[in-house]
Design a protein around this ligand. Structure first.
Ligand SMILES: [Zn+2]
Length: 191
């Protein structure tokens, strides 16, 4: 019933709907229905983010280790992606999500921040936080991922705190049918 509804509504990528349905039917009644339906998979394309691969991988791993309602996976080469990550020579910036499957947001990882001494993994995790719908919380302490540059160049924390984790969990709480609206603004992370 929900599967038919999603396809007719056309609100998400068919492949994702089918993948979700396949996973759900492959493991019947092991978990409560709400847990099965909750995980949203978002693909990221970092093929134009040369030099940032390790930082992106670490930032992605941080999010995947700290939230359960949404999962970030690398897009297939040349394939579709919800999060397009590119390297630039400017300041880091990103579209404010939360991005939905089949839609797209952009992350720019700017070398100007690296030249100023900011930590690359924290930058990548912070910008991905914007993709997942977290705004900036500046000024703020190093313990906040979304305090960004305001925590100073010595801050290398790339782990979202409890409040940040909880907000992302809420943004993706009802899977692809979540009612939280994508913001769409571009946030520039210049100090
Ligand atoms: Zn920011």
């Amino acid at each position: 019933m929900p599967l038919v509804t999603w396809i007719k509504a056309g609100t998400s990528a068919t492949a994702l709907v089918l993948a979700t349905a396949g996973a759900a039917s492959a493991a019947p009644s092991v978990e409560p229905p709400s847990a099965q339906a909750a995980v949203v998979t978002l693909r990221y394309d970092d093929s134009r983010a040369a030099g940032w691969e390790a930082a992106i991988a670490a930032g992605v791993a941080s999010w995947n280790a700290n939230v359960t309602n949404v999962r970030l996976v690398e897009a297939a080469p040349g394939g579709a992606a919800e999060i397009v990550i590119v390297a630039t020579t400017g300041w880091p910036q990103a579209t404010l999500g939360p991005v939905r499957p089949g839609r797209q947001v952009r992350v720019e990882l700017g070398s100007q921040a690296v030249n100023q001494g900011y930590n690359k993994t924290r930058i990548a995790a912070h910008e991905l936080g914007h993709s997942l719908g977290l705004p900036d919380t500046k000024p703020g302490p190093c313990s906040q991922l979304m305090s960004g540059s305001s925590a100073g160049t010595a801050c290398t924390n790339a782990v979202p705190n409890a409040t940040e984790r909880s907000r992302v969990q809420s943004n993706y709480a009802n899977g692809v049918t979540s009612s939280v609206v994508t913001d769409g603004r571009t946030l520039v992370d210049a100090p």
